[in-house]
Design a protein around this ligand. Structure first.
Ligand code: AVJ
Length: 327
């Protein structure tokens, strides 16, 4: 049976304070983590099926084509630490090729992990599995409960492979990304020799490809973006009317990032129990950045974070890369 540890439940008062501070900030913002309530997670899954949204299927094709080559770098029997594991589907597909010795699925909530890790455990009965509920965006380190678990399974000295697919790193700016990768490096370096990081990164490319990926013809990404307002209403007790907000997505070439915003349709005041904010017509609420990298810049970032020389695999169009960097 897999074990599950919730490190700290996301405290509602802290989330409300964060949301209120963001709405009152100049310019106003709400963090992308607020996209992912139950409906938001489903809308994101729908996004990954859109013709315009290439990252998920491109990365899957890279894993399918180069999994064997990756397995020559990633040591067998490593402790696979899956960041933002969610439904664990990506790691599950790699199990036969990477042959991990143990699996640690990390996500903000163990509730999301329970079923998926349970099912994976059924299929790989002798691979010890741990579900870890924690927000690693603030700090990434194995908590004492996880270290104890590794110890109990005689895995304290096993190599560790941090697995961070999907270009989720793109939500962090370069400084935040460096900080997260430094902690990932420390996590790997604390295990046995041979460990490292396997990470998916979306690449800088033509605006004509990038922008439709974040502003699709069916309006699924617009619904995903607006759904954040419903989630904020639930969490904060605010009265956002989603129909009065326009989806805005564009690529900022200088910053190498997609920005997503919600633009106010007309002037309006949004109220919640402890405050309110007036939005002018067209004023924007910033909901997401999605950074794009060149292979050279990302390799340099990995080096700066303490990793050794990276290898990467890409698709024939060079749209997405999966990097392996040894600790
Ligand atoms: C989950 C952060 C990788 O940035 O492409 C998709 C989120 N936002 N469409 C991305 C997202 C709008 C996605 N990540």
């Amino acid at each position: 049976m897999p074990e599950f540890v919730q490190i700290h439940k996301n405290n509602d008062a802290a989330l409300r304070a964060e949301l209120a501070a963001g709405l009152l900030a100049e310019p106003p913002r709400a963090a992308p983590k607020f996209f992912y309530d139950a409906l938001g997670s489903r809308l994101f899954d729908a996004i990954t099926e859109l013709a315009e949204y290439y990252p998920t299927r491109t990365e899957a094709a890279i894993f399918a084509a180069h999994g064997a080559a990756m397995a020559q770098r990633v040591p067998p029997h490593a402790v696979l630490v899956d960041l933002g594991a969610g439904n664990c589907a990506k790691a599950a597909r790699l199990f036969p090729v990477l042959r991990p010795g143990a699996y640690v699925a990390v996500d903000i909530s163990v509730d999301y992990l329970q079923d998926a890790v349970g099912e994976l455990q059924q299929r790989h009965r002798h691979v010890p599995m741990l579900g870890l509920g924690m927000d690693f965006s603030a700090r990434l380190a194995l908590p004492p409960a996880a270290a104890d678990w590794l110890e109990r399974h005689d895995l304290a000295a096993a190599p560790r492979c941090v697995f961070y697919p999907g270009s989720s790193i793109g939500n962090f700016n370069p400084g935040e990304s460096l900080a997260l990768l430094r902690q990932a490096h420390a996590l790997c370096a604390a295990g046995g020799p041979g460990g490292g990081i396997l990470i998916g990164v979306d690449r800088v490319k033509d605006k004509a490809v990038l922008e439709p990926a974040y502003d699709d013809a069916l309006g699924v990404t617009a619904a995903f973006n607006r759904n954040l307002l419903l989630n904020v209403n639930t969490l904060l007790g605010s009265d956002f009317a989603p129909a009065r907000w326009r989806h805005v997505a564009f690529y900022d070439e200088a910053a190498s990032r997609i920005e997503m915003h919600l633009a106010s349709d007309g002037a309006q005041t949004v109220r919640w129990p402890s405050g309110e904010r007036r939005f002018a017509d067209g004023e924007r609420l910033h909901t997401e950045n999605s950074y794009k990298w060149t292979p050279g810049a990302f390799e340099a970032l990995l080096r700066e974070a303490g990793f050794g020389p990276a290898t990467h695999w890409t698709d024939e169009r060079g749209w997405f890369s999966v990097f392996w960097a040894p600790a």
